[in-house]
Design a protein around this ligand. Sequence first.
Ligand SMILES: *Cc1c(COP(=O)(O)O)cnc(C)c1O
Length: 387
Amino acid sequence: MTTTPPDFVPFALPDIGEEEIAEVVACLRSGWITTGPRAQQFEHDLAAFLGGGVEAVAVNSATAGLHLALEAAGISAGDEVIVPTLTFTATAEVVRYLGAHPRIVDVDAATMNLTAAAVDAAAGTATKAVVPVHMAGLACDMDALGAAAARHRLSVIEDAAHALPSEHAGKLVGTHGSTATVFSFYANKTITTGEGGAVVTADPAIAARCRTMRLHGIDRDAFARYAGSQSGWYYEVVAPGFKYNLTDLAAAIGLHQLRKLPRFQARREALARRYREAFADLPLTLPHAGAPGDRHAWHLFIVRLHDDAPLGRDAFIAAMAARGIACSVHFIPLHRHPYWRDAYGLTPAMFPNAEAIFRGTVSLPLFTRMTDADQERVIDAVRRLLR
Ligand SMILES: *Cc1c(COP(=O)(O)O)cnc(C)c1O
């Protein structure tokens, strides 16, 4: 039973079909429900989808993956890691897990992404890494960021939670030669495993360290141990690791989500196209769609209401909710949250672009199960409120 009115348009919905359901049931019946053959297959399929000689390490969240990737890159207490302010707190919190400090910087006004210039301005002697975030699914300029990172000898850990299957300069995010790229399979991301994530890298040493540390610092995973050779009971602990493995139950969902990704992407692109044409004459800034050669994953469709719009952002979201349409805000910048603000003495004046973005920013519903009729309802409401 649901109490949601039938004409309510949610902000996002997972797109789970009979294939995922049957695979989860088969997994349950198989007797192997934690990390095993399905997680291994999912890693194989994700690496094959991305290409570029990468391998994938499946984990139980992108947050876990970011933590593992930074640890594998050697980030430790007292180090500094450059992080954009316009992101989810997970991007920065993992830096604190390691006793290191995020150096929180402003983003580009048009793309909402981290720039090479910001990296050049922020990098100091303690800076060891940078974490670009591909905001909403618009790829960062990885050529420029990679060059800036090289100038300052920084590891690059991409937060690609929004960016499957984004492309920069004709190449998928995850294949640009960074230290590691981390994807999220949280419930509302472009593909989901309920909760889940993956670290992707072309560096075998980074992959090996992530594999070890995702399961207690043990040198082999449970499947290899129990289903492997005669000495399957033997293992060695080589580090105080974490419990970050992806279960086969979750991977069972991911196997089919990944196969559906091209169809999901086509639907997201069609929804984004329709929004863009429907809002072209309104007092708002449409999301940056990417340079030629880029592909936007359209995880989010973020518009920015102009200061002269008939109503402000908060009133707009309330009015949309009153019409049965759920909107959201991505993100409240890190520098506005009490912890980050107080721990690092951050003020709004340090982040003029993120402040200007935040003032008018609204994320509209965009998900693959959204019908054309759902979208026309959203468009009609937006046009009535803003025209
Ligand atoms: C969702 C998200 C994460 C965290 O992903 P989880 O899989 O939920 O840990 C990290 N960074 C950004 C930008 C996100 O949107």
